[in-house]
Design a protein. Structure first.
Length: 95
């Protein structure tokens, strides 16, 4: 999974963990493929997501809150579709 800081940079590999009440984002250690640093915790209450966008090598959706104008784009690699589907199923589609 990756988050884009701006369109001129490459995605930063990240790990996402989800509980019943929170989404936790961790920076990935590129050498050992494990979480390296906790970056943020987002309360799940009120979060919604966009439709999943399918691409050849990845897929993505944007998670946002009605209280915030800016969303978090989450990009999943091709092999991460099972995880993407589980996270997408846990977040309601924006209406």
């Amino acid at each position: 999974m990756a988050q884009y800081a701006d369109s001129s940079r490459l995605p930063t590999p990240m790990y996402l963990a989800m509980t019943g009440r929170r989404i936790l984002i961790f920076r990935a250690d590129p050498t050992f493929a494990r979480p390296e640093e906790h970056l943020m915790t987002i309360p799940r209450a009120g979060l919604v997501r966009t439709e999943v966008k399918e691409r050849l090598l990845n897929s993505s959706f944007v998670v946002s809150s009605p209280d915030d104008e800016q969303g978090l784009k989450i990009v999943f690699p091709l092999l991460g579709r099972k995880e993407r589907n589980a996270i997408a199923a846990a977040l309601p589609l924006a209406g």
